[in-house]
Ligand binder design. Structure first.
Ligand code: GLP
Length: 261
């Protein structure tokens, strides 16, 4: 795992967007794993801007989102399909047929989970997976006690997650109780993972995920097993990391990061 600490949330999101843009230019057929949440909105704004001003080309790129709420139609502003169309897909030249999310309205949800896994495999697996982190330490909707080798499946949301997402729905009672999510095992098979976390509210869970033990209680900690995972935080989200100076030194001295400094 590598940790990069940026001065603020804007700089952290810009760095993530620049890494994605770099990978996309190197491989226009990139299979990109996408995430939702407020943290990612800034990343998508930067990518849309890069498309507009630098011609960043998404025409051959394929995307797979981590998760989707059960029961919400794509027209519902709280569905992740709506979120993706609104924040990214409608601003870049991606072919809508190349954008994939689990269908939370499928009549047979277990079958839908199997279909989604098979589709990822058919496209050769995910090259770069973007991740946020929930306050329960989850990646996707892999809530505490999700098996570290789990695959795409239906998960019940924890009260913490329901509370965290309630403002968007206008009340806890309106938040769906279940979601389809890629499993922890699915996620850590991606060839590269980038986790972005910003703001004070994420500081504790970031420290647990990065420097704590690997545990299904904090599913983001499974990323410690990944051979190529970069965690990008702002000063606030990185505030409780013990080895901050070491991480800064690596970012300043590692040749791989030269183009981003
Ligand atoms: C939801 C999503 C996660 C995301 C998390 C954090 O739970 N399923 O993928 O990481 O929200 O969201 P935010 O960026 O709004 O804090």
């Amino acid at each position: 795992m590598e940790v990069i600490i940026q001065p603020d949330r804007e700089a952290a999101a810009l760095l993530v967007a620049r890494i994605i843009a770099h990978e996309l230019r190197a491989n226009p057929h990139l299979v990109l794993g996408l995430a939702t949440g407020r943290t990612m909105e800034r990343v998508y704004r930067h990518l849309a801007h890069m498309h507009k001003t630098e011609g960043l080309d998404f025409s051959l790129c394929k995307t797979f989102n981590l998760d989707e709420y059960v029961g919400l139609p794509p027209t519902d502003p709280n569905s992740y399909r709506f979120y993706m169309n609104h924040h990214l897909f409608s601003h870049v030249n991606i072919d809508p047929r190349n954008t994939h999310l689990p269908n939370g309205q499928a009549p047979d949800l277990d079958e839908e989970c199997r279909r989604y896994e098979a589709l990822i495999q058919r496209f050769g697996g995910i090259d770069l997976q973007l991740l946020g982190i929930g306050r329960a330490g989850h990646i996707g909707f892999n809530e505490p006690l999700s098996a570290l080798r789990s695959r795409t499946r239906v998960k019940a949301l924890t009260p913490t997650t329901i509370k965290q997402n309630a403002p968007l729905f206008g009340g806890e009672d309106k938040v769906p109780r279940r979601a389809i999510t890629m499993g922890v095992g699915t996620i850590i098979e991606a060839r590269r993972c980038i986790l972005l976390a910003t703001g004070q509210s994420k500081a504790e869970v970031v420290a647990q995920a990065v420097e704590g033990p690997i545990t299904s209680m904090v599913t983001a900690s499974a990323l410690q097993l990944h051979p190529r995972c970069t965690v990008i935080v702002d000063e606030e989200a990185g505030a409780l990391l013990r080895e901050k100076d070491y991480y800064r030194w690596i970012f300043e001295n590692e040749p791989e990061w030269e183009i981003y400094r």
